[in-house]
Design a protein. Sequence first.
Length: 216
Amino acid sequence: MQIQCLMVNKLITGLFCLLMSICSWGQSNPVILVLGDSLSAEYGLPRSTGWVNLLARQLDKDKSPWGVFNASISGETSAGGLARLQPLLTQKKPGIVMIELGANDALRGLPIKQTEDNLRKMIQMSKKSGARVLLFGIQIPSNYGQSYTTQFKKLYPQLANEEHIELLPFFLDGVATKPGLFQADRLHPNEEAQNILFKNVWGSMAPYSNLLKKSP
């Protein structure tokens, strides 16, 4: 009888530990994961001067418990972001995921349907992990062809609407039409432009204002 009781106790303890582990899998941390390309990876900029760093400073200034993990890589495509996302979700367990990808897909002339599928999968993976998602709208110059340019522009609000997530309508708003805010390559915003980009992002984070004051 004593042996049976010990076995039952061990079984109950094991089941309790398993239950606690399962519950913890769905928990998120006060971490904002930024998954982007060179526009978010401080390409050509002095270290710690990019908009992501400005966001981290603002959160610290507001005494928010949230931090920022920048997983952006210069040259990244939506396919590359998709391939890297799951390990990041598993390791960081972010409460918010910011997706700033697609520009390099357009530069390579990749099919818009391919970009759409990759972005949608990233959004759905992030939501499944328990994270909220902020999608950055990207637009491209009309010299890529009117049809391609228009379809690309419509892609982001369409995804945000269908997936019920937050959208930053145009990440480069206030920058794109001002040559003086770009580096010599005329593709990447310079240091002066970073504060504008940060304000664009910060404004789109308004729905998270209460969340950022506490842990998720």
